[in-house]
Design a binder for this molecule. Structure first.
Ligand SMILES: Cc1ncc(COP(=O)(O)O)c(C=O)c1O
Length: 443
């Protein structure tokens, strides 16, 4: 057992046992140890930022946008109408033999916004990453060049399919599959926060490591631009990413930005790579793509990459596809979501300023360290004894108290964060911060 996994198990020991028989006998929940957690409450509807629980019809602010997908708010009428109209016209068609207007429109719009010309559809964030990795790797194969190294970062999370697990951090979540995951060169991630005085030194060491690593022929470097989500809302500076991108370009490797979380305004700009002022070769998108209504992923690639897949020899083909590729309902939802983003960009551009006074006030609390803010996302670490990280139980206390106060949070171990939908009102934002204050008092 690795040290990381040992720490995780030690933390698990401190969680209380619950009766797994109380869970629904036919459901297998995601990311959940049923022996150590209570069964979830039932949600009967949702509107705006609020989930409505079956019990007492109690409203609960969804302060993490239901695993970071709900972009504009729940049940937004513009997206709901677009899906409903599309369902009556064309619900699904095989995309290898046919095309449809919603897919064309979405591809044109996203291509214009990212400057990457080609769009490949898949089903979720993991598959969008999986496709990006396969394109990057096959690109060199198609060019008959020997480049096999992939570089990724500590703390990364890119999804749960095998390729995505391989480039993500190796930890308790993928330990059973470790021997099946391809090797990846890994670099530290220089996470930073307010008043961090050591970041430049840490970045410099990592950049030197990157330069050395790039001496090995490298197919691609993959990173979450500006913010690692599941890795603890770990923010890096734009300057660092610019230096990484420059070195990757000099080594003629491909740069993949996984914007599954950071895309669609979450970091204050439409895409995080734009705020960071870097130019990726491939981008993976999902989550907010359909406004959070339907599962869909897309991978965007430069035209020059696409052209290496074109030719008389069938071996050049990207032999990859999913039954629901470019599902028309998903495309209609994504187009409707883009309408909303285009109509009111201020909603994501101004969110950082809305968080600021609240986080400033909260950051004075003695149980808080490393406050950080990026666009719609505010985060901090709880000062805890013992091992930090995802398995640390401290966040659970905050979660329970916040829930009593009508706010749903899901801390990542000792990292507490807010990642609300864009429709959140001032009153609801205040309620979120009050809920955190209440939770802190209980620690
Ligand atoms: C950056 C990033 N990439 C990929 C994924 C995987 O997405 P999905 O859960 O849709 O497979 C996630 C999910 O949280 C993510 O945050």
């Amino acid at each position: 057992m690795t040290r990381h996994n040992q720490i995780a198990m030690d933390c698990f020991e401190s969680l209380s046992r619950t009766d797994s028989n109380k869970w629904h006998p036919n459901l297998w929940p995601p990311f959940t140890q049923v022996a150590l957690t209570s069964p979830p409450q039932k949600v009967i509807s949702a509107n705006g930022a609020k989930l409505i629980l079956e019990k007492d019809s109690r409203p609960l602010i969804d302060a993490i946008s239901s695993w970071w997908v709900t972009l504009h708010g729940h049940s937004h009428p513009h997206i709901a109408n677009a899906i409903s109209q599309q369902a009556r016209r064309l619900e699904q068609v095989i995309f290898a033999d046919f095309n449809h207007p919603q897919a064309e429109q979405l591809a044109e719009r996203l291509s214009k916004k990212t400057d990457l010309e080609r769009l490949f559809f898949s089903d979720n964030g993991s598959t969008a990453v999986e496709v990006a990795l396969k394109i990057a790797y096959q690109y060199w194969y198609n060019r008959d060049e020997q480049r096999h190294q992939i570089i990724a970062f500590d703390g990364a999370y890119h999804g749960d399919t095998f390729g995505a697990m391989a480039v993500g951090e190796r930890n308790i979540f993928n330990a059973p599959f470790n021997k099946m995951l391809f090797p990846v060169k890994r670099l530290h991630w220089p996470a930073t926060w307010w008043e961090d005085e050591t970041v430049e030194n840490r970045e410099q060491i990592i950049l030197e490591d990157l330069e050395k690593s790039l001496e090995t022929p490298t197919a691609a470097v993959i990173l979450e631009p500006l913010l690692q989500g599941a890795g603890g809302m770990a923010i890096v500076r734009e300057e660092f990413l610019q230096k990484v991108a420059l070195r990757v370009k000099q080594a003629e490797a491909l740069l993949i930005t996984d914007e599954v979380l950071t895309g669609f305004g979450r970091c204050g700009s439409l895409f995080a790579f734009q705020r960071a002022k870097i130019t990726p070769d491939l981008i993976a998108l999902s989550k907010g793509l359909t406004g959070g209504f339907l599962p869909m992923g897309v991978t965007l690639a430069k035209e020059q990459i696409f052209q290496t897949f074109v030719g008389d020899n069938p071996k050049l083909t990207l032999w990859h596809g999913h039954s629901f590729t470019a599902n028309p309902l998903g495309c209609a939802a994504a187009n409707a979501s883009l309408d909303l983003l285009e109509k009111a960009p201020n909603l994501y551009q101004d969110f950082e300023a809305r968080h600021l006074p609240h986080l400033q006030a909260l950051s004075k609390h003695p149980k808080i360290e490393h406050p950080r803010l990026l666009g719609t996302i505010a985060a901090f670490d709880l000062v805890v004894d013992g091992p930090k990280g995802y398995m640390n139980p401290a966040g659970r206390i905050i979660k329970e108290k916040a829930m009593d106060y009508g706010v749903f949070l899901r801390p990542l171990g000792n990292v507490v964060y807010l990642l609300p939908p864009l429709c959140l009102t001032e009153e609801e934002l205040e309620q979120c911060y009050s809920a955190i204050q209440l939770g802190l008092s209980a620690l």
